[in-house]
Design a protein around this ligand. Structure first.
Ligand code: HEC
Ligand code: HEC
Ligand code: HEC
Ligand code: HEC
Ligand code: HEC
Length: 192
């Protein structure tokens, strides 16, 4: 039988765990953990991505919409990188395997990640400091196109080049567009 003392202790511990969980859930919800290393702007070596993923083939030649893959952009803070399961719908054995030897090798890597059940460790390219709040959905809802900030991604092969005007994510870049479009420039809108 638990004594009142141990019951109190248990209550305190579970309340503590619950609070921690709540923090984990809210923090996790706002920003999914990014454990992959962040590439420095302009320093990304195209061969440093685990798979040479061509945006021009998918979003250009095959005119796939950006949000087919970055589907959370319109409803969440983060645009998100698609999971392997979304790719494999087209790249399963026997479906799109690639025409060239190089394409086949890259698609082969994709299938290996899928078979192993491991996420692809993509290197993050655009990343604002932790004290900055950037909500994708607000910008998408206001009709600011992806290209305004990320450049003509549908014409890029491996995303080795970051659009210079946006790439360094400086405060002046954000603030000048907010000024132009009459959006709030309150410090607390962008800073935690
Ligand atoms: C077939 C799925 C797919 C489509 C369609 C697609 N993307 Fe991507 N996108 C990815 C994947 C996978 C990555 C991660 C690999 C990389 O960085 O190239 C990525 C990365 C990115 C990044 C860099 C993310 C970072 O690490 O900071 C941006 C920006 C981006 N995509 C924008 C776009 C835009 C804009 C379009 C439409 C013109 C688009 N994407 C269409 C799959 C896709
Ligand atoms: C709607 C179908 C579709 C989806 C979804 C899709 N792809 Fe593709 N992918 C293609 C087609 C079509 C090709 C062109 C194949 C060719 O040229 O032989 C291709 C080519 C490729 C290639 C070969 C490189 C090259 O130069 O052609 C890689 C690597 C690749 N895709 C990775 C991915 C990844 C990673 C994802 C998920 C983020 C993805 N694909 C999602 C249809 C798709
Ligand atoms: C107003 C500028 C702006 C617009 C418009 C915009 N982005 Fe972004 N994007 C950013 C910034 C800034 C970051 C870095 C955010 C961070 O680190 O919190 C980013 C990060 C990303 C990332 C990295 C992964 C992630 O989850 O954040 C992807 C992928 C991406 N954007 C894709 C897109 C796509 C696709 C669109 C269009 C639907 C789009 N972005 C529209 C500025 C923009
Ligand atoms: C090309 C123009 C443009 C750029 C660049 C831009 N924004 Fe915005 N931003 C907008 C627009 C338009 C809205 C939507 C205002 C609305 O919903 O009425 C917005 C809304 C926001 C909001 C929500 C404002 C609110 O009142 O709650 C935040 C936060 C924000 N932006 C942060 C940023 C940050 C951080 C950057 C730079 C990394 C940035 N923005 C870059 C145009 C831009
Ligand atoms: C529209 C969004 C936005 C607004 C409004 C904004 N900031 Fe920033 N701020 C940023 C971004 C983006 C950065 C750069 C973060 C980075 O380097 O990744 C930044 C950086 C900073 C830094 C750190 C400087 C540095 O070199 O990293 C300080 C301090 C700062 N802001 C203070 C303010 C103050 C004070 C205000 C109000 C007068 C303000 N900010 C309003 C987006 C904003």
């Amino acid at each position: 039988m638990p004594t009142p003392r141990t019951r109190k202790l248990w209550l305190a511990v579970s309340a503590g765990t619950f609070a921690l969980l709540l923090v984990a859930v809210t923090v996790g919800f706002r920003r999914p953990p990014v454990e992959t290393p962040v590439a420095q702007v302009g320093e990304l070596d195209p061969t440093s991505q685990p798979i040479q993923f061509p945006h021009d083939t998918h979003a250009g030649q095959f005119t796939m919409s950006c949000q087919y893959c970055h589907f959370s952009a319109e409803r969440s803070v983060d645009a998100g990188i698609p999971p392997v399961s979304l790719c494999i719908g087209c790249h399963l054995e026997g479906i799109v395997g690639g025409r060239t030897e190089q394409a086949q090798a890259e698609i082969g890597k994709l299938r290996s990640y899928y078979a192993a059940g491991t996420p692809i460790p993509w290197k993050r390219i655009y990343k604002a400091s932790d004290h900055v709040h950037f909500p994708h959905m607000r910008h998408v809802a206001a009709g600011v196109t992806c290209q305004t900030c990320h450049g003509e991604v549908q014409e890029m092969g491996v995303l080795e080049v970051v659009a210079p005007e946006a790439g360094d994510l400086r405060m002046g870049w954000c603030v000048s567009c907010h000024l132009e479009r009459g959006v709030s420039r309150d410090c607390t809108v962008c800073h935690y």
